[in-house]
Design a protein around this ligand. Structure first.
Ligand code: MSP
Length: 590
């Protein structure tokens, strides 16, 4: 066992990440698992278990934290459409120095503080239409029991030992840092705050013992880390030599006591990672590691930001190996939402309030914008102008307007009733082939976690629909009467069938907008909820189906004028005129 000597200096091995690298993920999500390394093979009946990180409760959520959860929700909804049993896990990471300090700063006890902030995550997830299955808090007694059991198992396997620790600690990262990676004055490059010198007597996890097995695992399962360019980072960390890491804190009270030394608490990362397993534990049963594992472990997918890749792709698999548990099938490290090029974060205070965005623009717009505009894996900058332009062009115009004007024509000329089955209407048209190709592309993109491309493919269907509509001009065919009028009625069926397919194919990203589309097509909420991906097959709409009264499904967002932006800015509070803010959303005319 390396580094067992007292006073050993433990170095970090984090390499700087190249933010310019934006290779697209093209690999298929399903990959072959080696029997040796992964304890369970994926089978068709396995649940699809996906996780977001467990968010620190030092402060309420911001748009950066919401981003992972929105993406996870879209993936979960897509997998459910495929007919998979999904267990979507999220939660909050509530122990450690950073949380205790935040609680003290708010004149609150850590427990009260955690209750409050954890609740703010739950309420944001509701506002964003996040349909998680499990919400785990690391202060939950069932979690604590499972962490202790896991710790004892690793201890019994001889992978935990005692030693002195000395190094520079970033409290915001909750991590000892290597001096080489720090900026001037020992500042953490992520949080731009000085790290503090620490020396303590700790328990260590023998990570170095697992170097070879980790190398082999990654070599055999290159899809374990995604996007593929992040695998190189992970491999080079491992290659540069794994050092054992401290898994206890002598100076932190707010944590789970170490089973073999109650004066110390378990390091917050060793504790929190186990939330992915304890979340699976049934509340009605006595918590046990074995029972939790048998309820869905190993996870199919850990979605995380790139800053916490080392914990998930190096520490976590080694911990699992030590405890004799299976490894997750994939860890996907996405990029950052940035503001002026800097990672948006609580520490830098350059965040966007997601509840404000939802309040102003609605959850579909927020979800769509970040999924569509930020290529999953790469960084993406937010600007309100861009947000408004994209959402108006795609959701209000291309999709909303097309549906609205088609339903308007159907109402005027066909009493809102389809004259023919959509399969018959589309015979001999190339439009149907275009839709089929695009929807298949969207499916493959969703499976590959190319979420932005999936949205793009769906939007192309509506663009093709608009071109079809403009090319055919059914409004003038109706005026001609006779055969021309019949052809026009068929054209409307064709467009509405495309809208039905769009509604399902975009529902992972815009669930509530998709339901509004479905409702306009004369379906009930139960029918919408029962839809599966196989319903994206052409031919669902039948002759005789009566459409609902045409109503705009997505309100166009009006840009604020410069004057309105100025009066809203915090530096000009005196000029705020209550009755001028904000302009009411206006409705798109068909
Ligand atoms: N508590 C740990 C995770 C433990 S998981 C067992 C943690 N929490 S965090 O609240 O700091 O961050 C949670 C996630 O939010 C991370 O994946 C992080 O990358 C992500 N984001 C925080 N700011 C972000 C952006 N500005 N942009 C995108 N994601 C970002 O780390």
């Amino acid at each position: 066992m390396a580094a067992a000597a007292a006073g050993a200096r433990i170095n970090c091995f984090l390499n700087p990440i190249n933010p310019l690298n934006s290779t697209r993920l093209t690999t298929h999500l399903h990959f072959r698992l080696s029997k040796k390394t992964f304890s369970a093979r994926a089978s068709a009946n396995d649940p699809f278990v996906l996780t977001t990180p467990l968010y620190y409760v030092n402060a309420p959520p911001h748009m950066g934290s919401a981003y992972t959860t929105i993406a996870a929700d879209a993936i979960a909804r897509f997998q459910r459409l495929l007919g998979k049993t999904v267990i979507f896990i999220t939660g909050t990471d509530e122990h450690g120095e950073k949380i205790a300090t935040a609680a003290a700063a708010n004149n609150s006890s850590p427990a009260q503080h955690c209750d409050l902030i954890s609740q703010s995550y739950i309420s944001l997830w509701k506002n964003l239409d996040i349909g998680y299955d499990k919400f785990i808090r690391t202060t939950d007694p069932k979690h604590e029991a499972i962490v202790k059991e896991f710790y004892s198992r690793v201890l019994n396997n001889g992978d935990i030992y005692r030693a002195d620790y000395e190094g520079l600690y970033c409290i915001s990262c909750e991590e000892y840092k290597d001096e080489k990676e720090l900026l001037e004055n020992n500042c953490c490059p992520t949080h731009l705050k000085p790290c503090v010198a620490r020396k303590e007597d700790n328990f260590f996890f023998a990570l170095s013992k697992y170097q070879k097995r980790l190398e082999e695992t990654l070599a055999k399962n290159p899809n374990f880390v995604q996007p593929s360019y992040r695998l190189n980072e992970v491999q080079s960390w491992i290659k540069s030599g794994l050092r054992d890491f401290s898994i206890s804190r002598a100076l932190v009270d707010w944590g789970i006591p170490v089973p073999n030394d109650s004066k110390q608490t378990i390091y917050v990362w060793f504790d929190a990672l186990l939330g992915y397993i304890s979340a699976l534990s049934d509340d009605m049963e006595q918590p046990s590691l074995g029972r939790a594992v048998s309820s869905g472990w190993p996870a199919s997918l850990h979605l995380i930001g790139k800053d916490i890749l080392r914990f998930h792709a190096v520490y976590w698999p080694a911990m699992l190996m030590s405890a004799g548990l299976g490894l997750p099938k994939m860890v996907f490290g996405h990029g950052f939402l940035t503001k002026d090029g800097m990672k948006m974060g609580k520490s830098l205070g350059n965040t966007i309030e997601p509840n404000d965005l939802v309040h102003k623009f609605g959850s579909d717009a927020v979800r769509y914008f970040f999924i569509r505009e930020v290529e999953f894996g790469s960084d993406g900058d937010y600007s309100e102008d861009r947000f408004i332009n994209i959402v108006n062009a795609h959701l209000a115009n291309s999709i909303g307007n097309l549906l609205n004007r088609t339903l308007g024509l159907l109402k005027k000329n066909c009493q809102s009733t389809l004259v023919i089955d959509s399969s018959t209407a589309a015979e001999g048209t190339t439009f149907k082939d275009t839709v089929e190709k695009l929807v298949e592309k969207a499916r493959v993109d969703y499976e590959n976690l190319s979420l932005s491309s999936a949205c793009e493919a769906v939007l192309e269907i509506s663009n093709a629909g608009n071109s079809y509509m403009d090319g055919r001009a059914p409004w003038s065919l109706f005026k001609q009467g006779g055969d021309a009028s019949e052809a026009a009625a068929k054209d409307l069926v064709i467009i509405l069938e495309a809208m039905r397919i769009i509604a399902i194919a975009l529902s992972p990203v815009t669930p509530s907008l998709s339901w509004r589309i479905y409702g306009q097509l004369g379906y009930s909420k139960d029918q919408f909820d029962a839809a599966t991906w196989s319903d994206t097959k052409w031919g669902g709409l039948k002759g005789g189906q009566v459409m609902a009264q045409p109503q705009p499904i997505f309100a166009r967002i009006e840009s604020q004028t410069e004057e309105e932006k100025r009066v809203q800015a915090p530096e000009a509070p005196k000029k705020v005129k209550k009755n001028k803010l904000p302009k009411p959303q206006q409705v798109v005319e068909a």
